[in-house]
Design a protein around this ligand. Structure first.
Ligand code: 6PG
Length: 469
């Protein structure tokens, strides 16, 4: 039995993420108490926490709340959606004015705004803080993306800075902005994650089917790429994945995994909100669509038998590897560029006042999209505050231009051999469109005016025009 006011940090939701996060907090010298409705989860934390700092765990909400020092700092790591509201309702009568609740899950940003306003009316502070890095990140150092009332952030800042991942000594956490800024940034992080994952998958298929790369080859190639400009968590783990043997049978595990990718919604929300804001994020959109496409397994298999595939022309391994590396780097850059552009627009639209350099910096370690290129991206935004788009940074003109020819070659291989690379295609078309001063939208405007009198503007004089076509 502990005495009152003894724990500096409380955490609700003792799943693997929650337990790991609390152990991380305790290991960094802060006393921490966990709560879970299920006694076995509290028990698991008690066991794991026995040798790590000062921790406690309980399934008694009164005990939990009363043993936290004031103002209370309580983080929720529970599944997004109604459970968050439920936990808030359970806690609310037991809290006191000035206490702070932090939602560390992947909540929709509009839910965060609603909850913040609701809790404010009760005198309780509420922050939405995106946490990335999976279970291992939670234990060893995640990237944390907090948003909410600036005046309350200092209460949690020392804990967040202690537990976050570090990039060259700098903690991968920063106060990002008011309201739902933290959840919004995490949502776009996940949209980018979807893009990078889809791209990685497309290059895997091309290398395997057109270059004849075995899993062992792929493991080696991804490992090699991870030494250079493509260095990133997703490339690194892919290299490991390709070398994993099947624990249940002979052969490689990757070959036995069903090709249906699930999703929990954050990628879709990024796309949906990109549409709402009028910001093109086609690589992300396509990646969400491809998860949906992957679910159509039975139809895909039937259609596979119904339609003839082009005769495949195998490409020399070394040659393919050489063009794939710059092409993948190019597409990664396009994905980050799109996500950051969406953030810049959302910042204006929702008043987040986001700093894209800071966001890129806190993504350099701990999170799923961490990558060497983020350091270059951060420098580009740091040296040109207000930069509206990554592609408009002088720093990136050569980096990108040098890779475009390879992206075209890779896509030509894919198209002529019937290998789907929609995310690469979307990335390249995005680049081609963004770097084209005049697009054929004059025809679209003419058509709109033709059938609907929607009017058009002219290139040579001001005003709005309509023609009787
Ligand atoms: C992270 C991840 C994580 C996310 C999973 C699953 O940053 O640690 O983004 O928050 O929940 O990646 O996402 P999907 O199930 O939608 O693929």
């Amino acid at each position: 039995m502990h005495t009152e006011n003894t724990y500096e940090f409380g955490l609700v939701g003792l799943g693997v993420m929650g337990r790991n996060f609390i152990l991380n907090v305790a290991e960094n010298g802060f006393s921490a108490q966990g709560y879970d409705l299920m006694p076995e989860k509290a028990e698991a934390l008690r066991k794991e926490g026995a040798s790590v700092g000062k921790t406690a765990a309980t399934s008694d909400l009164n005990e939990f709340v009363s043993a936290l020092s004031r103002p209370r700092k309580i983080m929720l790591l529970v599944p997004a959606g109604r459970i968050v509201d439920q936990v808030i309702e359970d806690l609310l009568p037991k809290l006191e004015e000035g206490d702070l609740l932090i939602d560390g899950g992947n909540s929709h940003f509009q839910d965060t705004d609603r909850r913040e306003a609701y809790l404010k009316s009760k005198g309780i502070f509420f922050m939405g803080a995106g946490v990335s890095g999976g279970a291992e990140g939670a234990r060893k150092g995640p990237s944390i993306m907090p948003g909410g009332a600036a005046e309350i952030y200092p209460e949690i800042q020392p804990i967040f800075e202690a537990v976050a991942a570090r990039y060259k000594g700098v903690p991968c956490v920063a106060y990002l902005g008011p309201g739902s800024a933290g959840n919004y940034v995490k949502m776009v992080h996940n949209g980018i994650e979807y893009g990078l994952m889809q791209l990685t998958g497309e290059f895997y298929q091309l290398l395997a089917e057109l270059g004849g790369f075995t899993n062992a080859d792929l493991s080696e190639v991804f490992g090699l790429w991870n030494q250079g400009r493509l260095q990133s968590f997703l490339i690194e783990i892919s290299s490991v994945i390709f070398s994993q043997k099947d624990p249940l049978d002979s052969g490689d595990l990757i070959d036995k995994i069903l090709d249906k990718a699930k999703q929990k919604g954050t990628g879709k929300w990024t796309s949906q909100n990109g549409m709402d804001l009028g910001i093109p994020v086609p690589t992300i959109d396509t990646s969400v669509s491809m998860r949906a496409m992957s679910a159509l397994k039975a139809n895909r298999e039937t259609a596979d038998r119904m339609y003839e595939k082009p005769k495949r022309t195998l490409v020399d391994k070394a040659e393919l590897e050489e063009v794939c590396e710059p092409a993948l780097y190019f597409a990664f850059v396009m994905t980050y560029a799109q996500g950051l552009h969406q953030l810049s627009e959302a910042s204006d639209e929702y008043g987040y006042n986001l700093n894209l350099a800071t966001i890129s910096e806190i993504w350099r370690a701990g999170c799923i999209i961490r990558a060497r290129v983020l350091d270059d991206i951060a420098s580009a935004f740091r040296s040109a505050p207000g930069l509206p788009h990554l592609l408009l940074s002088g720093d990136f003109v050569d980096r990108v231009s040098n890779c475009v020819p390879a992206a075209r070659i890779v896509l030509q291989h894919a198209i002529s051999n019937g290998i789907p690379m929609p995310a690469l295609s979307a990335s390249l078309s995005y680049f081609d469109a963004f770097t084209t001063g005049r697009l054929p939208m004059n025809l679209i405007q003419a058509q709109r005016d033709y059938f609907g009198s929607h009017t058009y503007q002219r290139t040579d004089r001001d005003g709005t025009f309509h023609t009787e076509w």
